[in-house]
Ligand binder design. Structure first.
Ligand SMILES: Nc1nc2c(c(=O)[nH]1)N[C@@H](CN(C=O)c1ccc(C(=O)N[C@@H](CCC(=O)O)C(=O)O)cc1)CN2
Length: 297
């Protein structure tokens, strides 16, 4: 079997187009422009690229983009003061603090200072609790993007066996909650899981989010399964230079799976598309307007 490639880059473009259309309606019919504030502390090169890309895509869909770039030695109190200002700014409907934060900052404290209704990342403890109890929440962007691709590929996920590899608060745990919400039978596997290969072999859906390059070989994959690769790892090429790979060994997994996301061009682009969708959702909720269909969990 050769797997169908799930093209996250193309899917993300359709999500952004949907968001753009809805933003145009909001502006024309209600005079409301959704606004997203992105806060970057320090000069981590990868974070700078992601933040630039977020700003560009925010304006491309017609939203207002507010970028706040703070020195690496900004104090936690200064960052909290900025978040408070953004919480109180009616032009800002979504707030995101780019992670990772510098080591002297407590990420949980910072994230939990964001107004949960403006929490475009869905990381606030209130949103975590709402998602875990099946209530309306802001949903973390990467798992939301994975869910959208899975729904698009399968239609209903009901009754499918899903294995989520990785138990991070940002991807693994919310991904498991979302799959459970769609009536999958969900297993969260991690570094201490016994006989990981056997656990993964039982899965109709594998979501790999462990941050270990090419960790999952093809002989762990059930023939015909769908593989969603969340990993973005840079490795050295034998001939020199580097390349991006996921958490699964693409070639051997693609030979067995029914469908698979590539790296790059799979889950990554969906993360920013879902950030825009979340900002739109937050803006609609803040203004008592109907939420756009198909852009939330
Ligand atoms: N506050 C947040 N911080 C971080 C998040 C997040 O969702 N919220 N996620 C990651 C970084 N990230 C967005 O912030 C992100 C990572 C990767 C991509 C992406 O499109 N990747 C491309 C490859 C890019 C490359 O060539 O290097 C792909 O997979 O095709 C988008 C967003 C950590 N921080």
């Amino acid at each position: 079997m050769t797997a169908q490639i799930i093209d996250g880059k193309a899917f993300a473009a359709t999500v952004r187009a949907q968001v753009k259309e809805q933003v145009a309606h909001l502006i024309a019919d209600h005079g409301i422009t959704p606004g997203l504030a992105v806060v970057l502390v320090g000069e981590d090169p990868a974070s700078q690229v992601y933040v630039r890309s977020k700003g560009k895509m925010t304006t491309e869909v017609g939203m207002a983009s507010f970028e706040h770039k703070l020195d690496v030695d900004t104090s936690e109190a200064e960052l909290l003061a900025l978040i408070e200002t953004l919480n109180n700014d009616p032009a800002v409907h979504g707030i995101l603090v780019q992670l990772p934060l510098p080591g002297h900052m407590n990420s949980d404290l910072v994230i939990n200072a964001i107004n949960p209704a403006k929490d475009a990342d869905g990381f606030h403890i209130s949103n975590v609790g709402l998602l875990g109890t099946g209530q309306k929440s802001m949903v973390p962007c990467t798992p939301l993007g994975c869910l959208m691709m899975l729904r698009d590929h399968h239609g209903s996920l009901s009754g499918m066996n899903a294995v989520v590899l990785g138990r991070s608060n940002i991807v693994g745990k919310p991904m498991a909650q979302l799959l459970l919400g769609d009536s999958c039978t969900v297993t969260i596997a991690h570094s201490r899981t016994k006989d990981l290969a056997a656990v993964v072999r039982g899965a109709d859906i594998v979501v790999a989010a462990v941050g270990r390059p090419q960790m999952v070989p093809g002989d762990w994959i059930k023939p015909g399964a769908t593989v969603i690769d969340v990993g973005i790892n840079r490795i050295d090429k034998p001939e020199g230079g580097t390349r991006l790979v996921g958490d699964v060994d693409f070639d051997s997994c693609a030979a067995v799976a029914g469908a698979i996301t590539p790296v790059p061009g799979g889950v990554g682009p969906m993360t920013i598309a879902c950030l825009l969708a979340n900002t739109l959702t937050a803006c609609c909720r803040a203004n008592g307007l109907q939420e756009p269909e198909g852009l939330t969990a």
